[in-house]
Ligand binder design. Structure first.
Ligand code: HEC
Length: 238
C-alpha cells in the first residue's frame, strides 16, 4: 500500500511540474561541486578522454544530466522538484547502481510511459546519451574529474570525432525538438555548422558580452573551445 501511495505521489509531482520546466539552470554548476575524483594522473592526453576510454564525470556526465534534467523549474539547485537537485555527483550517483546496471536514472530516461524523464515537451535522452551513462556505470560510476591540465587532444578534429560529442553533451538537451532554446536546434552536422556560420554560437561559447552565455550555468572547457575553433578554421570537416 505504502508503495502505491508513493507512486501516486510521484505521478502527481510529475503532473504538477509537467510543463513548468524551463531551460535555464539558475547557478553555475560545473566547477566546485565534488572534486574528490581520482584519475588525474592517468589521463591519456584527451580531456574528454576518448583515448583511454575512461569517462570523465565533470565533462561528460554532469553537463549531460544538467542540460537534460537540472534545468530551471526541474532538478536544479533552486527548484529541486521531488527534492532532487541533480547538479552534484552525490545526487546523480544515488540514481545509478553499477552492480546491477540499473537505477532510477536509467529507468526514467528509458521509460516510454508517463514517467519518462525529461518529460514532454522535452525530447527523450537519445541512445548515445544513454550509452554514455551505461558506460560510466560499467566503469563504476566514478567521480572522475578531468581538467585541461590533463592535456587536450585536439588532433584530427572532425564533427564526428570530436564536435558532436561536445554539442551532444553540453547543448543538445536544450537545443532540440519543439522546445529548442532560442529556436536553435543543434542535433546534426548541418544544424551545428549553420548555427556557427549564421549566428552567435561562438560568441555564446566564449561568453563574450552581447550574447547569452552558453551552456547556461556553465562554460565549456578551454580544450573544447579550442577543438571548436580548429574545426571552424579547417572548414567544418565532417
Ligand atoms: C540549459 C539549457 C541550455 C543549454 C545547456 C544550452 N543552451 Fe543555448 N540557449 C538556451 C535558451 C533557453 C536560449 C534562448 C534564450 C537565451 O538566449 O538565453 C538559448 C540560446 C542560444 C543561442 C542564441 C543566443 C543569442 O544570443 O541569440 C545560441 C547560439 C546557443 N543557445 C548556443 C548554445 C550552445 C553552443 C550550447 C552548448 C555549448 C548551448 N546553447 C547550451 C538554453 C540552453
Amino acid at each position: 500500500m505504502r508503495k502505491l501511495a508513493f507512486l501516486i505521489l510521484i505521478v502527481l509531482a510529475i503532473a504538477i511540474q509537467f510543463n513548468s520546466c524551463k531551460h535555464e539552470p539558475t547557478q553555475p554548476i560545473y566547477n566546485g561541486t565534488d572534486t574528490t575524483g581520482n584519475g588525474h594522473g592517468n589521463n591519456n592526453g584527451s580531456e574528454n578522454n576518448q583515448t583511454n576510454d575512461s569517462i570523465c564525470f565533470n565533462t561528460q556526465i554532469l553537463p549531460l544530466i544538467v542540460n537534460n534534467c537540472a534545468t530551471s523549474g526541474c532538478h536544479d539547485a533552486t527548484s529541486r522538484v521531488e527534492g532532487l537537485n541533480l547538479t552534484t555527483y552525490s545526487a546523480i550517483r544515488r540514481m545509478v547502481n553499477p552492480t546491477t546496471m540499473k537505477g532510477s536514472l536509467l529507468s526514467v530516461a528509458q521509460s516510454t510511459g508517463r514517467n519518462r524523464m525529461p518529460p514532454p515537451p522535452m525530447a527523450p535522452m537519445d541512445t548515445a546519451a544513454i550509452n554514455l551513462i551505461k558506460k560510466w556505470m560499467t566503469q563504476g560510476a566514478l567521480n572522475r574529474i578531468c581538467t585541461d591540465a590533463n592535456g587536450c587532444d585536439s588532433s584530427n578534429v572532425t564533427y564526428s570525432s570530436k564536435i558532436a560529442s561536445i554539442v551532444n553533451t553540453n547543448c543538445k538537451g536544450c537545443h532540440q525538438a519543439t522546445n529548442a532554446g532560442g529556436g536553435i536546434s543543434l542535433t546534426s552536422y548541418a544544424e551545428v555548422k549553420s548555427s556557427v556560420q549564421n549566428g552567435t554560437f561562438m560568441c555564446t561559447v566564449h561568453q563574450n558580452a552581447g550574447c547569452s552565455p552558453m551552456p547556461k550555468g556553465g562554460k565549456l572547457t578551454a580544450c573544447d573551445i579550442r577543438k571548436l575553433e580548429i574545426w571552424i578554421a579547417n572548414g567544418y570537416p565532417q
